[in-house]
Design a protein around this ligand. Sequence first.
Ligand code: PLP
Length: 296
Amino acid sequence: MTDSSGVAFVDGRFCPVEEARIPVLDLAVTKGDSTYDVVHVWQGRFFRLDDHLDRFEASMKALRLDPGLDRRRIEDVLHECVSRAGLRDAYVSMTCTRGRQTVPGSRDLRTTRNGFYAYAVPFVWIATPERQERGVSLWISSRPRIAPESVDPAVKNYHWLDIQMAQFEAYDHGAELVVLRDMAGGITEGAGYNVFAYVDDRWLTPGSGVLRGITRQTVLELLADDRVEEGHLSEEALLRAEEVLVTSTAGGVMPVTEVNGRPVGSGLPGPRTRRLRESYWARHADERWTTPVRYR
Ligand SMILES: Cc1ncc(COP(=O)(O)O)c(C=O)c1O
């Protein structure tokens, strides 16, 4: 079976992604109780697969979830989803759900059986390469990000109603992407991406209240010889930054050329952002950062 629209692994079996289903009684559906991770495949190679599996394991541990498969088996499943789909460039997602009650009618979380599913679909771009050439527009939402003390953003989750509603606010203002502030007004992150701003002669990215993005980590490493800081990014600093970019597994290093309707710098992707974007994609051919997909 080769299904280029995507292949899923659910309930212990592989199937075309369009046929994959999870039970309506899974607490992932009724309570948003799950964690997930997404890795990508570029030109037949996983990018930083071990880092994604490490983060997935840490997220499951933090939420007291057990997928019922060990790391090697999960890795095999991811390879097989991509291989069966025959995809060279893919978005590969893995999720562990709280699952269903084993005791009918009970609400005791200790008697649930956790679930696991994964799928590979064609590469997903938050902003297409053509769009990235011009840069994307960003809106700073008036809706604060859910407090990290309530839902830890470092544990990758689908608890996204703050982000989703903020994204609608961005559309209402004619912007493509959104970023949310924390309760103290500091910039955090957006719908699947971290944010970097080049301001006051250094790159600055929020140091807390965000997912530790693997793309963010890659950019920090690429900037190791430059001035870069993880810390407080204020709205004011973001609005006067010379360059702004967002980072995600789903699209890489994406230039932002407009914030709240105002041009960033010249209004075109800046030279530092362009260089970073090139170095980021160059790493995808480097064996130190990639794992070849085991195609059958
Ligand atoms: C809320 C949030 N922030 C940041 C990111 C970027 O993380 P990564 O670079 O690991 O894809 C994601 C990825 O989905 C995310 O969901």
